[in-house]
Write a protein that binds this ligand. Structure first.
Ligand code: KIV
Ligand code: ZN
Length: 505
């Protein structure tokens, strides 16, 4: 059987970043880009260069940083967007300009207030304009799945003639179904005379929960590039999830006529965890491939079957997607070398200074915890490496609380100098957040708070997530500790520090 390579175009840093509360700073975007490089994605859409100076800087920095992957910037079908996109990606080894315009009647009439002829003319002119800069130009027909097919064929043929090397068929509003999408892609292959001169890409949103199924149906029909995000983050209900597409192809190769991706599947779980930590957007426990329960067998019958033979209830192994084993890894007497080796096995190579910091944190944790698991190590690394600029740093806290009394928290922070405040509340978290509010004196509100145990056992690490709203924007924060109040305070400060950094920009 002839094997066919399917290109993976990751848009976590562009469409993914557009999801509410998922914005990332430059350092975080670079961390994600490096992970995408490790995953061996074919294209990274690093942002929308004209959207803001921050976006421009991020696209440029990603293009400068990753060396094995194409880097694209999105641009509307406008000369000023394309100029900006090119300025940002040109420093990369393999730059791409991705230009788009809406093609459905609904969008043309109500959003663009234009006509089909004008849209076609603009699409062709802008592809030609982008071609003056570079050879790798992708054109997207926004809302393609609600576009009159005859017009879709015409515009695709015209942009390919103008030089587009990839034509993307987005299901912008997550409206299509697998059968329909299969037919749309087949129709394009049969009716666009020069389609063999371009790669057909698909970009599916998940409004009806079918983004992955639709993408895979398109692959069966001959699409050669899928657009996706880690954990399926993206506008509204999100985009097709990379981990699901990749593992469906790996696990059911028999169903996909030899189609394969270059994705290093063992990096999928680390990528998922990294993104959750950075964005504060946790994945649901039962999420396919990367959710906490994805490989857990609860019922007695299932456990019995798995013990007898894993293949009874396991269609893929946790190791194949990089889920850390729940084994005892190191104890408090473990040395630095063993620690460093274990981190390397988990895929982390740290600079000496960072290794020292994480090792110290490990020693403190190993003192508190009976058993240290891979997941604990992973949490420590992410907690230390992802740290924001710490405008406000926790020095100390004391809580007095019980079921028959009002909780009182005394919190000491460092912001150049030490400062201390006391506050009361209905519980210890409320009281400590109140003390921090008094200390920082900024206007914002708490929008979301959650806490989860990272591993089993009473002494497990707790991970807190917080979302605050200030300056009309959402900021998230995360924190880990064996003490859930400390984890919560750290998460709260992390979100506040993020807001302070953003307002100082
Ligand atoms: O969903 C969409 O249509 C998009 C395009 C810009 C590709 O994100
Ligand atoms: Zn999209």
């Amino acid at each position: 059987m002839e094997r066919k390579h399917l290109m993976v175009f990751d848009t976590t840093l562009r469409d993914g970043e557009q999801s509410p509360g998922c914005s990332m700073n430059l350092k975080e975007k670079l961390e994600v880009a490096r992970q995408l490089d490790k995953l061996k994605v074919d294209v990274i859409e690093a942002g929308f260069a004209i959207a803001s100076p921050g976006d421009f800087e991020a696209v440029q920095a990603v293009a400068q940083t990753v060396r094995n992957t194409r880097v694209a910037s999105l641009s509307r079908a406008m000369t000023q967007d394309i100029d900006r996109a090119y300025e940002a990606v040109k420093v990369g080894e393999a730059p791409r300009i991705h230009t788009f315009i809406a093609t459905s009647d609904i969008h043309i009439q109500y959003k663009l207030k234009s006509t089909k002829e004008e849209v076609l003319e603009r699409a062709v002119a802008m592809v030609k304009y982008a071609k003056n800069y570079l050879s790798d130009v992708q054109f997207s027909a926004e809302d393609a799945t609600r576009t009159d097919t005859a017009f879709l064929y015409r515009i695709l043929e015209a942009v390919i003639k103008a030089g587009a090397t990839t034509v993307n068929i987005p299901d912008t509003v997550g409206y299509t179904t697998p059968d329909e999408f299969y037919n749309i892609i087949t129709g394009i292959r049969q009716n666009v005379s020069n389609i063999d001169k371009a790669v057909i890409a698909v970009h599916c949103h998940n409004d009806l929960g079918m983004a992955v199924a639709n993408s895979l149906a398109a692959v069966k029909a001959g699409a050669a590039q899928v657009e996706c995000t880690i954990n399926g983050i993206g506008e509204r209900a999100g985009n097709a999830a990379m981990e699901e597409i990749v593992m469906a192809l790996n696990t059911r190769a028999d169903q996909f006529n030899g189609v394969y991706t270059n994705i290093e599947a063992t990096q999928l779980y680390p990528a998922s965890r990294m993104l959750s930590q950075i964005t504060g957007m946790r994945v649901q426990r039962n999420k396919a491939i990367v959710g906490e329960n994805a490989f857990a067998h609860e019922s007695g019958i299932h456990q019995h079957g798995v013990l007898a033979n894993k293949s009874t209830y396991e269609i893929m192994t946790p190791e194949s997607v990089g889920v850390p084993t729940n084994q005892l890894v190191l104890g408090k007497h473990s040395g630095r070398h063993a620690f460093e080796d274990r981190l390397k096995d988990l895929g982390y190579t740290l600079e000496k200074e960072m290794l020292d910091t994480v090792f110290q944190a490990f020693k403190i944790l190993a003192d508190k915890k009976k058993v240290v698991y891979d997941r604990d190590l992973e949490a420590l690394v992410q907690d230390k490496t992802m740290k924001m600029e710490e405008h406000y740093k926790l020095k100390q806290f004391v809580i007095n609380c019980g079921n028959q009394m009002t909780a009182t928290a005394t919190v000491k922070l460092v912001n150049g100098e030490e400062m201390e405040e006391v506050s009361t509340g209905t519980g210890p978290i409320y009281a400590s957040f109140g003390a921090i509010d008094k200390l920082v004196g900024l206007a914002f509100s708490l929008e979301d708070y959650s806490l989860q145990a990272l591993t089993e056992g009473e002494d497990a690490l707790g991970e807190a997530f917080v979302q605050i709203r200030g300056n009309n924007k959402k900021y998230h924060g995360s924190g880990v500790s064996t003490d859930v109040i400390e984890a919560s305070i750290k998460a709260y400060l992390n979100a506040i520090n993020r807001m302070v950094s953003d307002t100082k920009k």
